[in-house]
Write a protein that binds this ligand. Structure first.
Ligand code: BG6
Length: 514
């Protein structure tokens, strides 16, 4: 178990907001509950809203009660809440940061937290630059030899390649790369980390984890909810920026990377970067050949009526923002050449599920007529179930007992819940702990974020070209393909697969094998 050696002061910018209340505070409380925080652990919430320390403590308690999974233990709460403080201020004026720096000094003195500070930016991206500039100018996050002064940056990290490069340049003028922790909460999920253990901790999978045995890989990150009241944010983002550029590229990297020489930050991140480097860049003019985008139309998902995307609050009537994206990617390297990776993600789909399916090649000769000859889809599929119902499942064909050869698809199914009994910890717990101990393995390095944006920006450019062409041709904004809320996406995404004589596999978490 990782131990934090010194008392830590964590300053959370955006402390009055949703992320802090839903995720950060409950995760910190859970760490306290497990006795994983150092003595005198201190949080200084910072935001524009004017709260007192006590009001902030109340807000934190509500967050833990509503979103935590362990319930309030008064003894632990007492210890934890004594370390919660709040400071109101602006994100862009030096005076507020002078006051902040005085408060930091005062807390350091009172709580002996002087040796380690972590500044967590849980704010909208528009204020990332002013906040980091002012942190730097206030001298509260100097580059020390032990790297104990750290900055954590939430997503979105840029909105295209140029803005991500610009933000990186800005940060690296102020801090060293090893002080910067770019967070992607998917990397904190137990089951995502288990991809590496599964692949590299076992001897039997790696020899077949390549183009000789694998036909294709499918990564699905589906959500059943629509965008709800996040229209203002979402319409400027869309599925490819919100989910694919970050979370799904991470899933892809873990699935496709070469074995690292050691499980340490540089070695792991170097191999992830190599995957991204090998992702074939598309020509924007060809975007339609590789990528499908769509918007949800009215429907019912998870028993709830969902309006069409264009009727959601905060969404302009002619919006061309995609709520669904499917992308066929090629990895041009020795291991994967010729094995397509199909990725899809969307809002208002038939279920909330994240899965990676590794579809193995069929046997060279179909001996059993009962299997249906050459046109049946491959039967051997390894599914890494990231959420829900976390686990790993291998499907294969078996003979049903009896005199004739009747073949049935069956599965070997490992479930975290039945094996280990407990719910996996929330991703933020693991990641916060890693920041405190200074382990950046599960954080995104500068080159990773830029390479991912490079590949995605080509798609965005292609879409822009399509939109311009539509306007020129008929003077009207482009209309995106639609899918009814509560389904698995648009017909166009099925066509993308069918063109290759393949089909999207239903997520196994929903207990449908074929
Ligand atoms: C966030 C996106 O990063 O991830 C949200 O902004 C999305 O739109 C969420 O709902 C999904 O995370 P999870 O952990 O619930 O799969």
């Amino acid at each position: 178990m990782k131990r934090i050696e010194q008392p830590v002061l964590l300053v959370v910018f955006g402390a009055s907001g949703d992320l802090s209340k839903r995720k950060l505070i409950p995760a910190l409380y859970h760490l306290a509950y497990q006795n994983l925080l150092p003595p005198n652990f201190t949080v200084l919430g910072y935001a524009r809203t004017k709260y007192t320390d006590d009001q902030f403590r109340q807000l934190a308690r509500e967050g833990i009660e509503e979103y935590g999974t362990l319930g309030i233990d008064e003894h632990i709460w007492h210890w934890f809440s004594q370390g919660l403080f709040y400071q109101a201020g602006n994100y862009d004026d030096a005076e507020s940061f002078n006051a902040l720096s005085q408060r930091v000094a005062q807390l350091d003195k009172a709580r002996h937290t002087g040796s380690q500070h972590v500044y967590y930016l849980a704010t909208p991206p528009a204020v990332f630059k002013p906040i980091t500039r002012l942190i730097h100018d206030a001298g509260i996050c100097p580059a020390d030899p032990d790297g104990l002064q750290r900055i954590v940056i939430e997503k979105p990290f840029g909105h295209d390649l140029a803005s991500a490069q610009d933000l990186n340049e800005h940060l690296l003028q102020l801090f060293n790369e090893d002080q910067i922790y770019r967070i992607d909460h998917y990397l904190g999920k137990e089951t995502v980390q288990n991809i590496l253990v599964f692949r590299f901790g076992n001897g039997i999978f790696e020899p077949i984890w390549n183009r000789n045995y694998i036909d294709n890989v499918q990564i699905t990150v589906a959500e059943s909810l629509g965008i709800g009241d996040r229209g203002g944010y979402y319409d400027k983002s869309g599925a490819i920026r919100d989910m694919l550029q970050n979370h799904m590229m991470q899933l892809l990297s873990f699935t496709a990377m070469e074995p690292p020489v050691a499980f340490e930050p540089k070695a792991v991140r170097d191999q992830k970067v190599n995957v991204l480097r090998s992702l074939r860049p598309i020509d924007p003019a060809d975007v339609g050949k590789w990528v499908v985008r769509a918007q949800y139309a009215p429907g019912v998902s998870d028993g709830k009526e969902i309006p069409g995307y264009l009727n959601e609050k905060g969404v302009p009537a002619h919006s061309t923002t995609e709520t669904y994206v499917a992308w066929k990617l090629e990895i041009d390297n020795w291991r994967w050449k010729g094995v397509p990776f199909y990725m899809r993600t969307g809002k208002a789909l038939a279920g909330k599920v994240t899965e990676i399916q590794i579809v193995f090649r069929k046997p060279p000769l179909m001996l059993f007529e009962a299997l249906g000859g050459d046109n049946v889809p491959p039967s051997n599929v390894l599914t890494l179930r990231i959420q829900p119902d976390e686990g790993i499942l291998l499907s294969f064909d078996a003979k049903r007992p009896g005199p004739s050869v009747i073949i049935e698809r069956v599965a070997m199914d490992f479930s975290y819940q039945s094996q280990f009994g407990s719910q996996p910890a929330d991703a933020y717990e693991r990641l916060l702990l890693d920041v405190f101990v200074g382990d950046s393995t599960l954080f995104v390095r500068r080159d990773e974020v830029e390479l991912a944006w490079d590949r995605v920006t080509r798609v965005l450019e292609g879409w822009e070209m399509q939109e311009k062409a539509a306007k020129q041709e008929n003077g009207k904004p482009l209309k995106l393909p639609k899918y009814a809320a509560g389904t698995w996406g648009p017909k166009e995404a099925d066509d993308l697969m069918n063109r290759d004589n393949r089909y999207w596999r239903n997520p196994t978490a929903l207990r449908i094998l074929r």
